[in-house]
Write a protein that binds this ligand. Structure first.
Ligand code: PMP
Length: 397
């Protein structure tokens, strides 16, 4: 069968691959402890579900404008002003079927064949693959644990050349949980000020999962705002991963370009989800605060559990719901069956097949010395998973 050459240009997400392998083992009756998930384990808050039920009864069953209903886009503008002190108009907002599609739209709208895109590592798996799909070239900049896995202005400056078209990052970051402070963004913005051809994609999907309550957006700098694409959505902050609603705030030109692309791919996201989004964006924020408080408790528990495992190097994540320890201490050691653990891929597969815990290899995020463990799951699962991992590591020689 002759399929398109486009398929050779990018990889399947490692996160989804791990979920698939875990499901296959579970189907064989094996008890898999899942620390690989990238989604809240909570249910969607009741007032949001009620709004969706009402939307069904009120017959919101037709196609909506590609960019989304005007009142949802207005609610997003209100949210951006309320939470981020950012002024946008509805023409500068476009909804999609998830932050993932918003990112794809933005990259396809901006990146041409041969353009370079700077991505600090570790980064979310999809960034590099979307750039490759668009025909762009990825320029990775490796950040260090000493700098909290954040790119410095000097590192950014060195990476920029005449081909650089876009810079992509997330804060809070998946997989490291790193959160950029206002001072750090100010310093990066000063570098971008010298390079007016570069767009900045700021993925803020974990905005609310922030344990220091200090979310800052790089769109706050007026001299940069025209070139910033803010990505956000409902998946993480409102436990709505399956509902599929992401959005993008940017200049009206970029939004029009995304509208054109999306008009051919998916049209708008689901009408019912859009009605529910108004309840999420304007309604009671207490359920989100309660979820974040739970994530923080779990983060603190994970920090205590990590202390008990020798050889891991990590920092405390100030945001998101992952820990990303450096596990290279174990590279070169042998499993009880005589296999050598060469890298984080081998270690993840050893955990899955022997200890029956699923985690994600750091290679997927551009840092092959690390593994990503999610704490978006209940305390019992976290304790069980960490106990299995500790045991499996102690069996290596
Ligand atoms: N950006 C980051 C950093 C993410 O971790 C995720 C989800 N794992 C997304 C975007 C996509 O979210 P959505 O469900 O809205 O497509």
């Amino acid at each position: 069968m002759q399929l398109s050459s486009l398929l050779q240009k990018f990889n399947e997400p490692e996160t989804l691959k791990m979920a698939k392998l875990g499901r296959a083992l579970r189907a064989e009756g094996i008890d898999i402890t899942d620390l690989s998930l990238g989604e809240p384990d909570f249910d969607t808050p009741t007032h949001i579900k009620d709004a969706a039920k009402k939307a069904i009864d009120d017959n919101f069953s037709h196609y909506t404008p590609v960019a989304g209903y005007l009142d949802v886009r207005q609610a997003i503008c209100t949210k951006l002003q309320r939470d981020n002190n950012l002024i946008y108009t509805p023409e500068q907002i476009i909804l999609s079927t998830g932050a993932k599609q918003s990112i794809a739209n933005a990259v396809l709208a901006i990146v041409d064949q041969g353009d370079e895109v700077i991505i600090p590592t570790p980064y979310w798996v999809t960034y590099s693959e979307i750039v490759r799909l668009a025909g762009g070239t990825v320029h990775f900049v490796n950040t260090t644990i000493e700098n909290g896995y954040k790119i410095t202005p000097a590192e950014l400056e060195v990476a920029i050349n005449e081909k650089t078209k876009l810079f992509m990052f997330s804060s809070p970051c998946n997989p490291t949980g790193a959160v950029y402070t206002k001072d750090e963004l100010t310093a990066l913005a000063a570098v971008f000020a010298k390079h007016p051809q570069i767009f900045i994609l700021s993925d803020e999907i974990y905005e609310y999962i922030n344990y220091n309550n200090a979310h800052e957006s790089i769109a706050q700098f007026d001299f940069l705002k025209e070139r910033v694409i803010v990505i956000n959505g409902l998946s993480k902050g409102y436990a709505m991963t399956g509902w599929r609603l992401g959005y993008l705030a940017a200049s009206a030109d970029i939004v029009r370009a995304c509208d054109k692309l999306q008009g051919q791919f998916t049209s708008a996201t689901c009408s019912i989800t859009q009605r529910a989004a108004i309840a999420a964006l304007t309604g009671d924020f207490t359920p989100t605060q309660q979820m974040v408080a739970k994530f923080k408790e779990r983060r603190d528990k994970v920090m205590r559990l990590l202390k008990d495992i020798p050889g891991l190097v990590y920092n405390e994540p100030p945001g998101a719901f992952y820990v990303f320890p450096d596990v290279s201490y174990y590279f070169g050691k042998k499993t009880p069956t005589g296999d050598t653990i060469e890298n984080a891929d081998d270690l993840s597969m050893y955990f899955l097949n022997t200890a029956h815990v699923s985690v994600v290899t750091g290679k997927a995020f551009g840092q092959p010395k690390c593994i990503r463990m999610s704490f978006a799951t209940n305390t019992e699962t976290i304790e069980k998973g960490f106990a299995k991992i500790k045991q499996a590591l102690s069996a290596l020689q």
